[in-house]
Write a protein that binds this ligand. Structure first.
Ligand code: GLC
Length: 750
């Protein structure tokens, strides 16, 4: 990408500044008072976004004026100053230069000789593509020195991404994920920058392989580089980090309210390979009285891993088992991979061939690679007709009353090397190659799945995906893929889920207990404590690893398992309220402390505590052998969630607290009112008739939301909204702010 040089003319119309240069044009478009889209049209224009749907432009008052050598676009909140060579500086309303293009000469890191590169490749420390990465697109921003970086989706490592480089290229790497991994399954090129002067977000909307180097190359700039596409990004302002997250989800969409049971407990394992095993798992959950709402069917339920088939030999008559489980209060989720087995006798494959639904090699033949079923073809989800077909195919599962669909291997993963970059897909009516399709593949598959389920059931679709792009939250929940039963992965779960949350993904979870490797009783107990208060709570594990269902552990661990799963169900109405907030504002249920306390330096790098909503702080034990831990409580007054004697903790300091194996330190803010349910074995379709308010010392109020937990009737007013207020004398009053659904029979204060 060559710099734009010699401004020729400019044009300001419809809140859009379009500057013509000798070698292209640069555009600054005002979407809201806080959001600006900036792009460079040089070798083509940015194409239709898959992340941003619909027109996000609002009629705000903006002006454009010349100031010295620059043009300045102003809204009530920001001024975007564009200098002669299309360098951009953004100033807040106080005149602080909050985000500035870097203008100095870039100093690259050490450049290796070919001989050294070869040696590194020979011993397996590097791959040829690790060197001299193409930088078709490049944009660097100046660093003031105190920047913290958050967001970026599922990237490994710690909460604050400063001094690391990450790559956006959806990657299924079965090795143990560590902070040395540049990429994982998801690509969300959204970054939140927090510094003394304020905070802002940058969303680079381009699905080609890209990198974000966050002060790793040099401390005085961070940069974005991409292998292709155009420089096309959004500056996303806000008066707080929360506003930045809300603005980002205004742009890319929020996570819709899930069915209530989705927030229950899910049991899974790759290897539940018959109806009998599924029945045993179900009955053991009930026998042990560990609440559970959902069982997951991994790839074995299909016939030879052919998607949209059912193996009757092992799982009995189609639909029967699913109905049986439903009768016992268990939903079923079935896995669906994108690879369609190449088999002329298989209807789905034939339909795909006949209707031209599969991705092609450049020579026009169907492209094949190998996944679970053997040789497969890959649906071209960029083609709207393919998506419709895929959506229709959900009928196969929905007719059986399957409760949700788990989309896996959709990076897309393939066993015989990655799909070549020149494989041909569609971008709606146009043709594109895998280079541009790769990072959007999982997103488009999830979208097709969501739309199919919605059309066929009228219910809020439950989709889980492994790969995604920015904006996938509109269609799917996610899990963090193949983690392992390692303490390091339990530790990483917290920053990973928190960063996913502030990257728009409101419902995310890890495989509780760890997918690969063998868990230990202690690790399991500690992981359940985190899982029980994270948005998606599923125990899942790989074939070949030791079993990690609750009954596989000694009684002490089973009791801990039960205690925390019960806690999950007790807190369901609180979590559901958080989900409603997330749908309305984009603020996730599970959030890093820094999102609530962005001026508190102790929260900037807090990797082992998190907030659930804005009034509950969880400080789990995530190190082997520990029975005490240090907890930081931010400003305000806090109470131990489980404390009988309601001990008071003054915030703004560290405490050493006891945390034996059956204890997860949880604190709530003064004045908290928590809506809870009485114990249950599953939530199913009912909204319990009784709500129990757990109240803590101090005055406070709380807004609670209630609906049928199933479909979209709430969008037509079928819900209740209550305000509970606790006065200084301890009395709690209830106001009904909106009535549209049968009210609770009883509201008890505890
Ligand atoms: C992938 C998934 C994992 C699943 C397995 C078999 O590894 O990430 O969750 O169990 O495939 O389908």
């Amino acid at each position: 990408m060559e710099p734009l040089s010699a401004m020729k003319t400019y044009h300001w119309e419809n809140n859009t500044l379009d500057i013509q240069y000798e070698n292209g044009h640069g555009v600054v478009e005002v979407l809201t008072d806080d959001i600006f889209r900036i792009y460079v049209g040089q070798n083509g224009e940015p194409t239709l976004s898959v992340a941003v749907e619909g027109d996000k432009k609002t009629p705000v008052e903006a002006v454009c004026e010349a100031s010295g050598d620059s043009l300045v676009v102003r809204t009530r909140r920001y001024a975007v100053s564009v200098s002669g060579d299309f360098r951009i500086d953004i100033l807040d309303s106080k005149g602080n230069r909050i985000c500035e293009d870097y203008r100095e000469e870039r100093t690259k890191r050490e450049v290796l000789s070919d001989a050294h590169k070869e040696l590194l490749i020979a011993e397996g420390h590097a791959k040829p593509e690790d060197f001299d990465r193409p930088e078709h697109i490049f944009s660097a921003k100046k660093m003031d020195g105190d920047e913290k970086f958050y967001g970026l989706g599922d990237k490994t490592g710690f909460l604050n991404k400063r001094s690391y480089e990450f790559e956006n290229w959806n990657t299924d790497n079965p090795k143990a994920h560590t902070e040395a991994f540049a990429a994982l399954y998801k690509s969300i090129p959204f970054l939140i920058v927090l510094k003394e002067k304020g905070c802002y977000g940058l969303f680079y909307d381009n699905t080609y392989r890209s990198r974000l180097n966050l002060g790793k190359e040099r401390e005085d700039y961070f940069f974005y580089a991409a292998d292709g596409g155009t420089l096309n990004y959004y500056f996303i302002g806000g008066r707080s980090m929360k506003e930045v997250v809300s603005n980002y989800t205004y742009l890319t969409g929020t996570t819709p309210l899930p069915q209530r049971w989705v927030l229950g407990y899910h049991q899974s394992r790759w290897g539940y390979d018959s109806a009998e095993v599924m029945r045993t798992v179900a009955s053991k959950m009930r026998e042990l009285e560990i609440p559970c709402d959902c069982l997951h069917f991994d790839i074995d339920y299909m016939e030879g891993f052919r998607v949209f088939t059912w193996n009757e030999k092992r799982y009995g008559e189609k639909g029967k088992l699913i109905e049986e489980l439903l009768d016992d209060g268990f939903r079923s989720v079935c896995i669906i991979d994108p690879g369609v087995k190449k088999d002329e006798d298989y209807a789905i494959y034939r339909e795909g061939v006949e209707n031209d639904y599969f991705a092609k090699s450049p020579d026009g033949t169907i492209y094949n690679n190998v996944v679970w079923p053997g040789v497969v073809a890959f649906p071209d989800f960029g083609n709207p007709k393919t998506r419709d077909w895929w959506a229709q195919n959900q009928k196969f599962l929905m007719n059986m009353k399957v409760g949700g669909v788990w989309n896996d291997m959709n990076e897309p993963a393939s066993f015989e090397g990655e799909l070549p970059l020149d494989v041909v897909f569609s971008d709606e009516g146009d043709k594109i190659t895998h280079e541009k399709m790769h990072n959007r593949y999982g997103h488009l598959m999830s979208k097709a799945t969501y739309e199919g389920i919605k059309a066929q059931t009228g219910r809020r679709p439950f989709v889980i995906t492994r790969a995604c792009y920015a904006g996938t939250q509109k269609y799917s929940t996610v899990w963090t893929g193949d983690n392992q039963s390692l303490w390091a992965h339990l530790q990483m779960a917290i920053p990973q889920l928190c960063n996913l949350g502030i990257s728009g993904i409101g419902i995310a979870g890890t495989d509780v207990g760890g997918f690969g490797a063998d868990t230990t009783p202690e690790l399991m107990a500690r992981w359940v404590q985190v899982g029980a208060v994270s948005p998606f709570f599923r125990n899942h594990c790989s074939n070949g690893c030791i079993h990690q269902e609750p009954w596989e552990f000694p009684e002490e661990i089973q009791n801990i398992y039960r205690k925390f799963t019960n806690l999950r169900y007790e807190l369901l109405p609180y979590f559901y309220d958080c989900m409603k907030e997330c749908e309305e504002t984009g603020i996730p249920m599970m959030r890093p402390l820094v999102l609530e306390y962005e001026h508190d330096a102790e929260c900037f790098n807090c990797n082992d505590e998190f907030m659930v909503g804005d009034r509950m702080l969880v400080a789990p034990v995530v190190t082997q052998g520990s029975t005490k831990r240090v907890v930081y409580l931010p400003e305000g007054t806090w109470y131990g969630f489980e404390d009988e004697d309601q001990k008071r903790y003054d915030g703004g300091q560290y405490y050493l607290v006891d945390a034996p194996l059956d204890t997860c330190p949880i604190f709530v803010k003064e004045g908290t009112i928590l809506p809870t349910y009485a114990p249950m074995q599953y939530i199913g379709e009912t909204c319990p008739d009784k709500l129990i308010l757990r109240v803590y010392p101090g005055e406070g109020s709380y807004i609670h939301y209630q609906d049928n937990g199933l479909d979209f009737d709430y969008r037509n007013g079928a819900y209740n909204r209550y305000r509970f207020t606790k006065a200084a004398d301890g009395t709690v009053s209830t106001e009904l702010l909106h009535e549209g659904f049968p009210q609770y029979g009883e509201i008890e204060v505890k």
